[in-house]
Ligand binder design. Structure first.
Ligand code: CP
Ligand code: NVA
Length: 301
């Protein structure tokens, strides 16, 4: 049995295998051809935080694969009234073939995996968001026909999505440049891990240095879920890190703009870039579905 808690739970070969499966599933879905490989299997989905894409793409993925999903808002299940994560994992394992969880603390999803007898998938924690990166890589491959050797630029807050991208880029051989203001740098242990994996990782405070000759420019919100109290400070500290046409000009002419969404036009990205010709954000959002279908098949079929 295997869990997906951190991006490093997958090898390069497994990432490529999932992307190939996702590509195939996407093409088949377009032709109305579905498989029912997860028939009679259920996925429990624990959410401690809001979600549009992750929740809907997992539910549709299970339905497309002939299975069933159960949305569990953490306020409604007994975890919210003090039942332990360990007991919850053991009980759910008696009913379902997989558990996905979006949690405040990364520790919670690690504890779920430790005590579960079925695969556990991290649907976003404060430290990582590996499911997002599978969809991102599927999208990059669609536009660039490869991953290896490209230059990826992250501009903004070095958050959970950034952490998983650093690890993912190291695994697939993509160079990554991360530009953040002091105080918003990615997790140093993650950066060290990425380098240990052979990653070509540049960490800078200069967004122009990161964007120069990039194949991909990537933005995420400046105020992640859980950071709401720091909103005013964050908007001011990050104001020079907006992806706008000045940064697009510095990148390769065929650069793609990506954003895991939800987006805030006028904050981390200008409306012009978000809705402009370089933006692939809705393909990227769609690919959450195809990538997660492949992931569910790999872990649960
Ligand atoms: N990108 C992403 O995970 O979106 P949601 O928060 O809507 O699930
Ligand atoms: N960094 C964002 C990602 C949302 C998908 C957050 O954690 O809120």
């Amino acid at each position: 049995m295997k869990h997906l808690i951190s991006m490093t739970d997958l090898t390069q070969e497994e990432i490529i295998e999932i992307l190939d499966m996702a590509e195939d599933l996407k093409e088949k879905r377009l032709r109305g051809k579905m498989t029912d490989l997860l028939k009679n299997k259920s996925l429990a989905m624990i959410f401690e935080k809001s979600s549009t894409r992750t929740r809907v793409s997992f539910e549709v993925a299970m339905s497309d694969l002939g299975g069933h999903s159960i949305y569990l808002n953490s306020r409604d299940i007994q975890i919210g009234r003090g039942e332990t994560v360990s007991d919850t994992a053991q009980v759910l394992s008696r009913y379902v073939a997989g558990i996905t969880a979006r949690v405040n603390s990364h520790r919670t999803v690690e504890d779920l995996a430790k005590h579960s007898n079925v695969p556990v998938i991290n649907a976003l924690s404060d430290l990582e968001h590996p499911c997002q990166i599978l969809a991102d890589f599927l999208t990059i491959r669609e536009y660039k026909n490869r991953l290896n050797g490209l230059k990826f630029a992250w501009i903004g807050d070095g958050n959970n999505v950034c952490n998983s991208l650093i690890l993912g880029c190291a695994l697939v051989g993509m160079q990554i440049a991360v530009a953040c203001p002091e105080g918003y740098m990615p997790n140093p242990e993650i950066v060290a891990k990425g380098r240990e994996l052979g990653g070509d990782i540049l960490i800078t405070t200069d967004p122009e240095e990161a964007a120069a000759d990039a194949d991909v420019l990537y933005a995420d919100v400046w105020v992640s879920m859980g950071d709401e109290e720091e909103r005013e400070k964050r908007l001011s500290d990050l104001e020079n890190y907006q992806i706008n046409s000045n940064l697009v000009e510095l990148a390769k002419p065929d650069v793609i703009f990506m954003h895991c969404l939800p987006a805030h036009r006028g904050e981390e990205v200008s409306a012009e870039v978000m809705d402009g010709p370089h933006s692939v954000v809705f393909d990227q959002a769609e690919n959450r579905l195809h990538a997660q279908k492949a992931l569910l098949m790999k872990l649960m079929a």
